[in-house]
Design a protein around this ligand. Structure first.
Ligand SMILES: NC(=O)C1=CN([C@@H]2O[C@H](COP(=O)(O)OP(=O)(O)OC[C@H]3O[C@@H](n4cnc5c(N)ncnc54)[C@H](O)[C@@H]3O)[C@@H](O)[C@H]2O)C=CC1
Ligand SMILES: N[C@@H](CCC(=O)N[C@@H](CSC=O)C(=O)NCC(=O)O)C(=O)O
Ligand SMILES: [Zn+2]
Ligand SMILES: [Zn+2]
Length: 379
């Protein structure tokens, strides 16, 4: 039955309140308006940023909402003026938009895009500043412009990447966030050179993707830092050459790393979201040139600090969003790289569940053995 132009009622996991279990509800999804695309989500993974917003610590967190931002699906219908995708196209929703027209997109200096960010930050669509999701007339907020914990979602046309129809959606859904973020932090933000010494703080999916990117860039040493020693076995498969558990040392971890590396690392990456670790990651960098990239997302109210002397003496502090990748242009390229076996994706998927099991999937995230859990949305 044709659904174009109709309201679709489907299943979605609704976060009614911070920290309360998600509830699978029948949600009404309105048709896409001008410049919008309605997507049937087939697979979505969970990222720690979903857990972060759900926890209530995200200053932009709004409830009730539909979380989720690492997914893949098929275009169901498009609104007026949408030319770059059509029904049937295989797509990855992109929380980092790319309009190619705004000041940010045209700058050539950043992958951030200003076109829809103001609307996505307050859980609505640009066109009428309203939500396309409702339950019996009550609006439910969007999240990150993606809301992939729903069988159908509506996104802005600047927030959707058309990908190869040959790509397995149950795998490439991961290319919507964590894996590109880690790879891009190394390739685009830090621009790690061959022979560099790299430290990665936090060996979850994002940190392991940093290690994978650093290995591909020819790093000579990749030091993995995690408080869970069980992470090292798996981390070796992603390129980590040495492992440090800060709990096993009396000295500050930055001092341990400086001592092990003749003065510090060339590049470090914080992939946890812990502001004390961000400081350690900066301070373990080599005087004169060491660069530290903040990848982790820290809670509302948290602030970073260090002695300015650390920067005066040549260390550089940077951050990255979606690894600096331009989403619509480069996600299809990442999908092709995966298809050509040039980047890993399958190796990050440790669990597969269904939408109805989403609360169990969130529980799994807190277990050391879980990297990414992929939910099948229609079984
Ligand atoms: N900037 C961006 O565009 C993006 C940022 N993120 C953020 O990146 C961070 C990492 O995400 P995931 O890899 O999915 O998380 P994760 O929770 O799977 O990995 C974090 C790792 O850090 C370790 N850890 C925790 N506390 C530690 C400490 N004090 N010292 C050393 N290790 C510690 C944990 O054992 C775990 O292995 C999160 O904050 C997430 O919100 C995620 C995607 C995109
Ligand atoms: N609302 C959050 C923002 C957290 C954040 O920094 N998000 C990252 C992506 S994290 C993905 O898993 C990002 O891309 N930031 C840039 C942006 O424009 O949001 C907060 O305020 O903490
Ligand atoms: Zn994410
Ligand atoms: Zn733009």
């Amino acid at each position: 039955m044709a659904t174009q132009g109709q309201v679709i009622t489907c299943k979605a996991a609704v976060a009614w309140e911070a920290n309360k279990p998600l509830v699978i509800e029948d949600v009404q999804v309105a048709p896409p308006q001008a410049g919008e695309v309605r997507v049937q989500i087939l697979y979505t993974a969970l990222c720690h940023t979903d857990a972060y917003t759900w926890s209530g610590k995200d200053p932009e967190g709004l409830f009730p909402c539909i979380l989720g931002h690492e997914a893949a699906g098929i275009v169901e219908s498009v609104g007026e003026g949408v030319t770059e995708v059509q029904p049937g196209d295989h797509v990855i929703p992109c929380y980092q938009a790319e309009c190619r027209e705004c000041k940010f997109c045209k700058s050539g200096k950043t992958n951030l895009c200003g076109k829809v960010r103001a609307a996505t930050g307050v859980g609505v669509m640009m066109n009428d500043r309203k939500s396309r999701f409702s339950i019996n007339g009550k609006p439910i907020y969007h999240f990150m412009g993606t809301s992939t914990f729903s069988q159908y979602t509506v996104v802005h046309d600047v927030s959707v990447a058309k990908i190869s129809p040959q790509a397995p959606l149950e795998k490439v859904c991961l290319l919507g966030c964590g894996v590109p973020t880690g790879l891009g932090a190394v390739w685009n933000t830090a621009k790690v050179e061959a022979g560099s010494i790299v430290a990665v703080f936090g060996l979850g999916t994002v940190g392991l993707a940093v290690a994978e990117g650093a290995k591909a860039a020819g790093a000579s040493r990749i030091i993995g830092v995690d408080i869970d020693s069980k992470k090292f076995d798996v981390a070796k498969n992603f390129g980590v050459t040495e492992f440090i558990n800060p709990k096993e040392y009396d000295k500050p971890i930055q001092q341990v790393i400086v001592d092990l590396t003749d003065g510090g690392v060339d590049y470090s990456f914080e992939c946890i979201g812990n502001v004390s670790v961000m400081r350690a990651a900066l301070e373990c960098c080599h005087k004169g040139w060491g660069t530290s990239v903040i990848v982790g997302v820290a809670a509302s109210g948290q602030e970073i600090s260090t002695r300015p002397f650390q920067l005066v003496t040549g260390r550089v502090w940077k951050g990255t969003a979606f690894g600096g990748f331009k989403s619509r242009s480069q996600v299809p390229w990442l999908v092709d790289k995966y298809m050509n076996k040039e980047i890993k994706v399958d190796e990050y998927i440790t669990h597969s569940l269904t939408l109805t099991e989403i609360n169990k999937a969130f529980d799994l995230m807190h277990e050391g053995g879980c990297l990414r859990c992929v939910l099948s949305m229609h079984t």
